[in-house]
Write a protein that binds this ligand. Structure first.
Ligand code: ZN
Ligand code: ZN
Length: 96
């Protein structure tokens, strides 16, 4: 909790990105540092975007088409389709 407060103060005081990064480095050493899985940009708490593939991405890479997303959206769609199609589920169940 305290760490977050310090971080917020530093963010308010820092005038440039570079300055902020340097200032945060000292504070953040023990806390987790999250980076964008695509461009490696350091992410601050409010800038994190978690994707369905469990990766963290910056604003520019938050969409699956903007990073090499490993989440199987086709599989997800198929599951949705099978939900709407009880017949297919029945077939699968009898096979298993
Ligand atoms: Zn990024
Ligand atoms: Zn993803």
């Amino acid at each position: 909790m305290l760490e977050e407060k310090v971080e917020a103060r530093i963010e308010a005081e820092a005038k440039t990105e570079e300055m902020l990064d340097k200032m945060l480095e000292g504070v953040k050493k023990r806390s987790r540092t999250s980076k964008c899985g695509e461009c490696g940009k350091k992410l601050r708490l409010l800038m994190e975007h978690k994707c369905k593939c469990c990766g963290l991405y910056c604003v520019r890479h938050k969409y699956p088409e903007d990073h090499s997303c490993t989440y199987d959206y086709r599989d997800d769609m198929q599951r949705k389709l099978t939900k709407e199609n009880p017949k297919i589920i029945g077939e699968k169940l009898t096979k298993i």
